[in-house]
Design a protein around this ligand. Sequence first.
Ligand code: 6PG
Length: 487
Amino acid sequence: MKKSDIGLVGLAVMGENLAINLEAKGYRVSLYNRLHPHTPQAVDRFLASQDEGKAFCPTYSLQELVDSLERPRKILLMIRAGEPVDETLAALQPLLEKGDIVIDGGNSHYLDTRRRQKALREAGIYLVGCGISGGEEGALHGPSIMPSGDEAVAGTILPMLQAIAAHLDDGTPCCAWIGPDSSGHLVKTIHNGIEYGDMQLIAEIYSLLKIKLHNDHEAMAHTFEVWNQGVLESYLTGITPIILRYRDSDGQYLLDRIADRARQKGTGKWSVEAALDSATPLEVTTQAVFARFLSAREQERARMHRLYPNADLSPIDELDTDELHHALYAAKIMAYAQGFDLLYQISRLNDWHLDLSTLATIWRKGCIIRSRFLREIATVYRQTGSYEPLLFTPYFREKISLCLPSWRKVTGAALRSGVAVPALAAALTAFDSWRCAQSPANLIQAQRDYFGAHLYERTDAPEGVLFHTDWDHPANAPHPSQPAPEQ
Ligand code: 6PG
């Protein structure tokens, strides 16, 4: 029997759709799903839903799957991140041979992927850590794909992954070899971190529009629709009017019936952890993660509302939709600027040499944060020889400068009237902290030295020379500031 080009493990929706996509591009696909004692066999269920004559090969054990594949074997895991990946790899490893390639297409933590790559490499097996974005629809019609690992296998798997990826109008596939190690999973994690920030910002503007437009769903939908024709054009902007207009079976808006508790699977939190670990500011994503945590504390929110019913509010200032648009655009630039800065910092720390222009390019289609705006980021990074934060570049400097008055006005109005805009405000204060030539950290340094002799540097001495002061004895007394002995 003809061997398959690739094996796919995990027939949940993403796995199924990727299998259909692969087959449609001319690949023969072997399918395997772990047997569940009380549910019908997923492989049979899937095949029953497909037309006959398709190039699918059902298998009912990992051994059967492995035996059905062309060498070197390529196996795509589309299973839940965490333990299931470890378990599946442990079961697969003894069945595989040197040179075989396993591709983990789930949202695995990049440090887990690094550990697994190392373990499998000792057995001569390659593990490709591969971010895949685009949800169900992307998986079927073309996602954005971010593979990474040992470059020796890039040539073997890229043609297949690029065939199923989304393509830009000029034919560029939204899939490129990201780099060594587990960089693909880290990149996907930061993609999701940006996604969290973007969604939170849209949600905050929705809450302001709701007040301004008196909760008129049609008017709000129209506003997002218009915005989606301009610089804010993106997948997330585009789905918002559809959601706003959707009516339940009794004609009422469904959105108003959706519980306001946002859940999360972890990639937003991992982005924040990566930011903390690399000492990189990531306020917008961080606020988005915290806002989801707080949204889940529904009863506490209700109690706080009763305890502080008016919270010293002023009525919301007059804001026009253009001002809201500019505030959203500027804050979004901050969210992306921080996300790309985090990518750069982690790349530098790991010596990955990530190409930011390529990342922006492969996110232009297929993925959840796809947008017109990423084209500008790709262009900026293609033109910039050495890395610069996005806000340093003339293009984004001009945009921010244009939007800044509205950004301040909208954020100020929201703060005065008690509308929670954690990401919008964090973006603005992050911006102001960034452009603050004289920060108040001198006082923090002095306090640290006062209570703990933690030493400080002086503006009138070279960087790195440390001083300590006996703060309870003024400088004109016998104990002036002293250079600290070298540590
Ligand atoms: C994508 C998405 C996807 C993610 C969901 C849900 O790129 O296709 O990022 O990978 O799992 O967006 O994530 P949360 O449950 O954490 O919101």
